[in-house]
Design a protein around this ligand. Sequence first.
Ligand SMILES: [Zn+2]
Length: 382
Amino acid sequence: MRQSIRIGRFAGVDVGVNWSVLVIFALITWQLADYVLPGTYGAGSRAAYWLAAVVAALVFFFSLLAHEVSHAVVARHNGVGVRSITLWLFGGVAQLEGEAASPGAEFRIAAVGPGTSLALAAVFGVGEVLAHAAGSHGLVAQVLTWLWQVNLLLAAFNLIPAAPLDGGRILRSGLWRAWHDPTRAAVAAARAGRAFGAVLIVVGVVEFGFGGALGLWPALLGWFLYAAAGSEERNARLRSSIAQLAAWQVMTPNPPTVPAHARVADMAHSALRHYGGEAVVVTDERGWLAGVLRTDAMRAVPADRLGSTMVSDIAVPLDQVPVVRTGDPVRVVLERMARAGGTPALVLDAENRLAGIVTQSNVVRTAMMGDLQRRFGQFARR
Ligand SMILES: [Zn+2]
């Protein structure tokens, strides 16, 4: 979903559209113009059907967007940052930067989406009633009918209690409240998601086997849900295994430092050439902390500008770098890094001395080692 076209900002969140949306937009418009509208309202011209279909499809995409923006707004009200919203093949995804802090917050963030779709269905339903009352039995009323139906369907589908659907998150919030164990609740909701995905795959394949080409659709959707639920379960387990760690347990101790006033060209020929880490620490003339230089930013400098680019030109300045303590929980470190757009965090000890640096790969590596040890432990016990 990375290859998306940015279309703007809504409620302070970047909104992108994946190319797959164009395919769906074309399919919906075609289906409306060629089947749905002529089938329910047989007295229009071809041009009128197509125009109405395009308008209906556009309003539908704004409905999808409203659903995702509502998740984003409520997430933010509950202290969870939002990276972006992307519309794609199966609707929308609001990418959150952290976890809800409580079952109540989880419930609110999840429930507002289907709630918004239900509210939109009600608005379009009332619109249809008004259109009929005004004596319109034409295309406008037909489009409104389709819009309330499709929003109702969207709300209903999303309420199915299977992660990563909204209903799965609502289920998780309930189990979390009952069991007081967010990880166990997430795993249960993710398993429900896998089961639902598997059912959709079977239904789709059977339908396809009986000659229904549309069976490919539920099968594809089921496959996506099955895979997404599997990765949710893995993530929940990884998160819980690293949640118990502190910053000093995942950091790279004594990271290399580079002076802010050095030229990038000189860095490329120094010992840094063989440094495999993601980031180094930048110091000023007095040797004090001045920021963080990501090695990918260094590699991104064009060869002909290596000589004229200073470290300070491409480094992240200190006021934008997350700074944590050796004893801070990894959960806090990750939240700060996410809020700083993935910038590595500097770790200070009790005497305010630099102890190390934490990058996203540090955390992933540590979590994976823990996962591996657990698996190996299970294996060894057999
Ligand atoms: Zn949703």
